[in-house]
Write a protein that binds this ligand. Structure first.
Ligand SMILES: Cc1cc2nc3c(=O)[nH]c(=O)nc-3n(C[C@H](O)[C@H](O)[C@H](O)COP(=O)(O)O)c2cc1C
Length: 215
């Protein structure tokens, strides 16, 4: 048997859920919130995980998973290190895409949009809600830079926790939130016999329009 034979056999039917035009919300954010509420009930692992794609300096797309931490003013918010690779890429090209994949419900949501940092006060507010180890990690990690050894970082974290015991930690300037303002959305509902639903929301004259895309 060819070594990829088993991969070729991986396929499934997707079930009876649908996304028809008369079921879709007028606003894509409303549709997203509706789907997300359903997903939260069934998707056990990282339902808020989304693939964030940016462009590097050569124009290559670069993708990684981050966690959606809020929806505010119709924008999707996540947190990261402001000196990381993604942050440098965002500074150069403030256009990104997001991709949510929820296998239990056979759903995918694709978003394209513009991105900017959130106000520092909002990052402060979120930082103080994080567990201590996450705070210390945000303070010490020089995300995406080369690290000599794992032990070095672990030692730094240990020492920092001992030295700062009992003190509330403040958000470092190099860590905070970004918000993505969507300009395009696509909602994909897997259906049996590969006859999937794909609804594309796009903006025209300040209104959201919907078109159906071929699966
Ligand atoms: C499930 C999951 C959730 C993650 N959540 C975040 C996150 O919210 N923020 C973040 O900066 N990195 C997160 N990461 C790590 C990123 O994928 C990535 O390794 C890191 O941000 C560095 O990316 P960069 O070098 O492209 O800047 C997560 C990874 C996984 C697998």
């Amino acid at each position: 048997m060819h070594k990829w034979q088993t991969l070729a056999d991986i396929r499934r039917e997707y079930g009876t859920s649908s996304l028809l035009e008369n079921e879709a919300a007028i606003s894509p954010m409303e549709q997203f919130e509706h789907w997300f509420a359903e997903v939260l009930k069934v998707e056990k692992t990282d339902p808020s995980a989304m693939v964030l794609s940016t462009c590097d300096e050569c124009g290559y797309p670069d993708s990684r998973v981050v966690l959606l931490k809020g929806i505010e003013n119709n924008k999707l918010v996540f947190f990261t290190n402001y000196n990381s690779h993604k942050a440098k890429q965002i500074q150069q090209t403030p256009y990104v895409s997001l991709n949510f994949h929820w296998p239990e419900m056979a759903r995918q949501v694709r978003v394209k949009g513009t991105i900017q940092k959130i106000e520092s006060q909002r990052s402060d507010n979120y930082f103080i809600t994080r567990p201590l180890t996450s705070q210390v990690n945000a303070l010490l990690s020089q995300q995406s830079s080369v690290l000599a050894t794992r032990a070095q970082l672990e030692q730094q974290i240990k020492e920092y926790i001992v030295e700062n015991a009992g003190r509330p930690l403040l958000r470092p300037a190099h860590w905070g939130g970004y918000e993505v303002e969507p300009t395009d959305w696509e909602f994909w509902q897997g259906r049996d016999n590969r006859c999937h639903d794909r609804l594309h929301y796009y903006q025209a004259h300040d209104a959201w329009l919907i078109e159906r895309l071929s699966p």
